[in-house]
Design a binder for this molecule. Structure first.
Ligand code: GLU
Length: 552
């Protein structure tokens, strides 16, 4: 029989009182006994002073930590083994602490300390967007090679991985597809890591071309416009470990994909590669055109370079893995699951800048305007979206629009930024008034922060901040725990100008705090005569005494 829950167990009930040799001094503080005991208690401690493994596992799952997460695989396996004589799986505080010390992510998950504190809410929103878009059947699957032409157009998968490694996927997120153009940002990063930006950009520009992704055109320096279009991507391939043989060069790129995806599903589609090579007249033309202009580094083997490029396009991933790749970019080059620094922060910054301006073919400008996020799409219907510092997302749906972008992928992005303030220029304050949510904040956190801002501004006499708080839609009569309003606080400090401003913007002079006091009684107690007189007049004759509306 599982032990029943007991409300508010005392620390000694769960063994959280330091025993001999377990001095509070050595192990207390931020990650001390008290810290772990609070987390442990939050899991619902039973009369036996233990918590159920099921509760612990479901808290981890709810926070977005999956069983395959390399940070918790051992802990997860250990928890599954902890079954007592009665067949119940329950652990005590010491065991819990040992688990937290083995995998610090466990404590962070239970504390709700991840970048998306309410991960369940985000999952529900993403699932709703996904369901809404399943009906969309416009666009056509790419058919320039039979391997792409044969892909089921109905396939649709979405996967998310945050910079804290919280993961979620829906639909066909485990089906492999070839990365095609999504290899371009990764190859560009590799060139930056190997040679530095100065040398790389002697061979490739960094401006949007304003032309088709495979158009036979170079910039005024005779260089490809940027590494996100075919000519620039071919150029990038010429710069990746050119001194090595082809097999080693490919291994190096594939290994980078493995590291970025944290050991996720990364493969190679040989049929795609062979087809790409056979139908590559335009890419060969681009290669010869660049060679004619002397754009390549000296001693570049053009055919090898092109074959290397086709191989990179033929790398396969699934949506789950690609979301981790995107999350590694969102995390400044460090894989959030393995902690592996794959690229430097500087490399990622440069790459994301070019993804923002050139990542979506001829839709890049419009995408930057409407969506405002770095992204890269490919003709296989893959789309990698990076929300810097927050998460990586992959959408895979093979039907493409006239510009070569996945139809459902672009629609997904529009829905996403309509609901959340992820557009790079959605300021947090604007989010509060536009109705867009900020999932980086926990439940009620936004409300608490804006109340704090209003009350703090009033208590400090900071009129500018007060104006901003009210202009972003904050209720002037919001209260703290003691039901004290901004007017109470300003009155007790004697800030006449603040009191006038609040009154002219809807503050209620009759509002009482938990002790029955009004702003007027506060002002009188503080000996602030002018403020007291104003509030008395307002209370006696509200319509006449309130100063005229002042604009926020
Ligand atoms: N393999 C394709 C090509 O180079 C890549 C196309 C793409 O995804 O943009 O033509």
């Amino acid at each position: 029989m599982p032990a029943t829950r007991k409300a508010g167990p005392r620390l000694q009930d769960i063994g959280a009182v330091p025993s001999k040799g377990q001095g509070a001094g050595s192990d207390d503080g931020k990650f001390g006994l008290g810290y772990y005991a609070k987390l442990f208690t939050s899991l619902g401690v039973g009369e036996d002073g233990k918590v159920g493994v099921t509760e612990l596992l479901s808290r981890l799952r709810e926070s977005g930590i999956s069983e395959s997460d390399p940070r918790v695989v051992e802990v997860w396996a250990e928890l599954r083994r902890s079954v007592d004589i009665e067949g119940n799986s329950r652990i005590d505080l010491n065991r819990f602490i040992a688990l937290c010390k083995k995998a610090s992510v466990v404590a962070k998950a239970i504390k709700g300390g991840f970048v998306i504190p309410d991960f369940g809410a985000l999952q529900r929103e993403i699932s709703a967007i996904y369901e809404g878009l399943r009906r969309v059947d416009t666009g056509h699957v790419a058919n320039y090679i039979p391997q792409l032409g044969r892909v089921d157009p109905e396939k649709f998968g979405v996967a998310v991985c945050t910079t804290d490694g919280q993961r979620f996927a829906v639909g066909d997120a485990d089906t492999q597809f070839c990365v095609q153009s999504i290899c371009k940002p990764i190859n560009y990063c590799l060139t930056l890591e190997e040679h530095g930006a100065e040398l790389v950009h002697r061979h490739v520009g960094r401006e949007p071309s304003g032309r088709g992704f495979n158009e036979l055109t170079l910039n005024s320096d005779g260089l490809p416009h940027n590494p996100m279009i075919n000519s620039g991507a071919i150029m990038a391939c010429s710069l990746i470990r050119p001194q090595q043989d082809m097999a080693d060069r490919f291994d190096y790129v594939a290994d980078t994909w493995q590291r970025l995806s944290g050991g996720g599903a990364v493969g190679f589609n040989n049929a795609v590669y062979l087809s790409e090579r056979r139908t590559a007249d335009r890419n060969f033309a681009l290669g010869y055109f660049m060679r004619e202009h002397g754009s390549f580094p000296e001693s570049t083997d053009l055919v090898e370079t092109l074959e290397f490029y086709f191989q990179c396009c033929s790398i396969e991933v699934d949506a789950r893995s690609l979301s981790v790749v995107a999350a590694s970019l969102a995390n400044g080059g460090v894989n959030p699951l393995t902690g592996d620094r794959v690229f430097s922060a500087d490399t990622v910054r440069k790459c994301l800048s070019l993804m923002s301006s050139c990542g979506m073919y001829d839709y890049s400008g419009e995408f930057a305007f409407t969506i405002g996020l770095p992204a890269k799409s490919g003709v296989s219907g893959g789309l990698m979206i990076v929300i810097p510092g927050v998460m990586g997302i992959c959408v895979w749906s093979p039907r493409l629009d006239a510009l070569g972008n996945t139809v459902r992928g672009v629609a997904f992005c529009k829905e996403l930024v309509a609901r959340f303030n992820f557009h790079v220029y959605d300021s947090f304050a604007a989010g509060e008034v536009s109705g867009k949510r900020d999932p980086r904040r926990g439940k009620n956190e936004e409300e608490i922060a804006s109340t704090m801002r209003l009350l703090w501004a009033a208590s400090q006499g900071d009129l500018d901040d007060l104006r901003i708080a009210l202009a972003t839609g904050k209720d002037p009569n919001s209260t703290d725990y003691d039901k004290r309003t901004a007017l109470h606080l300003a009155a007790s400090e004697g800030y006449l100008e603040i009191v006038q401003y609040l009154l002219s913007n809807g503050a209620d002079p009759k509002a009482t705090d938990r002790w029955g006091g009004t702003a007027q009684t506060d002002a009188a107690r503080g000996g602030h005569e002018e403020v007291t007189r104003l509030l008395e007049a307002v209370l006696e004759d509200t319509p006449r005494a309130i100063p005229e509306q002042q604009p926020c």
